[in-house]
Write a protein that binds this ligand. Sequence first.
Ligand SMILES: [Zn+2]
Length: 271
Amino acid sequence: MEAIIYTIIFITGALFGSFCTLATYRIPRHQDITHTRSYCPNCNHKLGFFDMFPIISYIFLGGKCRYCKQKISPRYLALEVFSGASFLALFVFMRIDLLHINVYALCKFGFFALFLTYLFLTAWIDKENRKVEKGVSIFGIIISLIYIVYLCIVEKANIYKYAIYIGFYILVLILDTIVLRKFAKNKYINGLLLTLITMAIFTKEYIAYLTVTATCLSIAIYMLIIKLKNIKNKSLKSDKQISSTIPIAYFMCMSNLILLLYFYGAVYFKL
Ligand SMILES: [Zn+2]
């Protein structure tokens, strides 16, 4: 019984991951993500029902498109497995009792499943395009607001604390629409701020603080590697040129996900 439920959770995670890879490709290209069927980006052939199973289709088709035999990047497979594994880890660490399924516990897992999807979307789009998509940020804000309502009603959480976060959201959004539009500045930083607020709401403040620290550290290491590579290739890129290409939101989301799983895991294993 347990194994069946775990498998279902893993597959659900892989399905969400599969959706995220599709959305990562389509959202920056302003394509529809819900109504149009998946298609091969090489031959444009619409994918059949059996081509769309995450992981399994990839293995059965040998990592190639069924129609044009174009190789599909193993990245997709890796992301689906990663997403499935994250869902499963969270489900196990949340200690959802399989014999006495509790509606509230399931609700909470549902919220975190949406939150993980949000992290994946933000991270992967940023990695490909170095951009925090506004639509994805809005999705984050909507799930946070519903989650706050849930916390205040079901878990009797302190509403004032969350009112401050809602205030931050409004502030950044006002900044985004009025100030930046006027001066035509880069909106990347606003996207990062919105991402950070959403993280603080879902993963509590201390994980959000640690996320910022971990992000700075990983970016420092990343820059060092890029610099060493540039020295080796005798590239003359300045620090400014390098830093404008760093996918900061990607590092932020991955740090947040790892820390979230680490803290839940630590409680689970009584570390
Ligand atoms: Zn194809």
